[in-house]
Design a binder for this molecule. Structure first.
Ligand code: HMG
Ligand code: MG
Length: 304
């Protein structure tokens, strides 16, 4: 049997948080329904952050209430603080994500506090979340470079990752927020993290600004990572990292993994149709090379 690789689809959150015009709840739910129909089982569906900071994620409670609930489909949502956690629990979230950074300046710009303050805040969030039997994912941003500080030491990444892991995060997602990494820097950063956290508890979260994300995933697979975040159609960016492009396209990751003999449980053709649906809604061509190759650019035609 093929070895399984877990895909965490972050398009409905990381992707759509960056759109100039907020995308309606109907469209967000329509995208999630199509992703589930394509076999995607882990979806970051919402973000309970301040709407003054990221207005695109307003309506997250309604999104969470309307997503299709199935025993084998897992949804998560970002929660920066207790206020976000309480909103997420009221909306029926069973998994949340806290999001820290390996760069001081990015931490200040993104969540308005230092790394140390953020970790104290997350500890309080996690205590309540774990008491209520929620699973908690931890993010570390800027693991391969920061838009404000440039290079980031691998040791800083592993330090923050380990603190999140010791607080009880079941998985640590390592974010190349601005897509500056290459296979060599990815390997060095991962080696530092794997010294303190086993590879199966780490996830790769690559943005594709310089077209290196697929190469970085191959480097990560070689170091035994088996979880990757991606965004259908390559949607996204980060509102606090100017110039960062979207996440690596889920279609391209699935094409890569199936070609390498891994199983994902995802139907590539149905996934491409989900990408086509959101492309039509946004009036945007897909960023997925695999989608272009399989169907040509169908983002302006009507989708299932
Ligand atoms: P702050 O201004 O320091 O917060 O923001 P505050 O506690 O002083 O509160 C200010 C106001 O915000 C108050 O309202 C609060 O009620 C409200 P007011 O009294 O002025 O009317 N507020 C909230 N409202 C709703 N939900 C909440 C919430 N918290 C406070 N949870 C804060 C601090 C963390 C809230 C803010 O900085 C924030 O929301 N930041 C989120 C930024 C963000 O979402 N960034 C994108 C996600 S990170 C990312 O994309 C990277 C990742 O993909 C990995 C990678 O690629 O590297 C994960
Ligand atoms: Mg991201």
């Amino acid at each position: 049997m093929s070895e399984h690789v877990k895909i965490v689809e972050v398009g409905p959150r990381d992707g759509l948080q960056n759109e100039k015009q907020p995308v309606s709840v109907d469209t967000r739910v329509g995208l999630i329904e199509r992703l589930v129909g394509a076999g995607v089982r882990h979806i970051e569906a919402a973000s309970f952050v301040s709407p003054k900071w990221v207005r695109q994620m307003a309506g997250s409670a309604e999104v969470m209430r309307r997503v299709p609930r199935m025993a084998n489909v897992h949804y998560s949502a970002l929660t920066p603080n207790i206020q976000g956690l309480e909103a997420a629990m009221a909306a029926g979230c069973e998994e949340i994500a806290v999001f820290g950074a390996a760069s001081e300046t990015f931490s200040q710009r993104n969540i308005n506090c230092s790394i140390r303050e953020s970790l104290e805040r997350f500890r309080a969030v996690m205590n309540v979340a774990l008491q209520n039997k929620l699973r908690v994912r931890g993010y570390v941003s800027c693991v391969l470079g920061c838009p404000y500080e440039g290079d980031i030491e691998p040791g800083k990444v592993s330090e923050v990752a380990l603190i999140l892991r010791e607080m009880g995060c079941h998985e640590i997602s390592l974010g190349d927020t601005i897509g500056r990494g290459n296979p060599d820097s990815t390997r060095r950063m991962l080696e530092a993290c794997i010294r303190v956290i086993p590879a199966p508890q780490l996830a790769g979260h690559f943005h594709d600004t310089y077209g290196m994300a697929i190469a970085n995933i191959v480097a990560s697979l070689e170091l035994d990572l088996r979880t990757f975040d991606s965004s259908v159609s390559g949607l996204g960016g980060c509102p606090y990292a100017a110039g960062a492009s979207g996440n690596v396209a889920t279609e391209d990751v699935v094409h890569l993994l199936h070609g390498l003999g891994y199983a994902t449980g995802i139907d590539l053709h149905k996934l491409i149709r989900a990408g086509s649906y959101i492309g039509s809604a946004l009036g945007r061509a897909t960023s997925s090379r695999a989608a272009l190759a399989v169907y040509g650019d169908c983002s302006t035609t009507s989708a299932a």
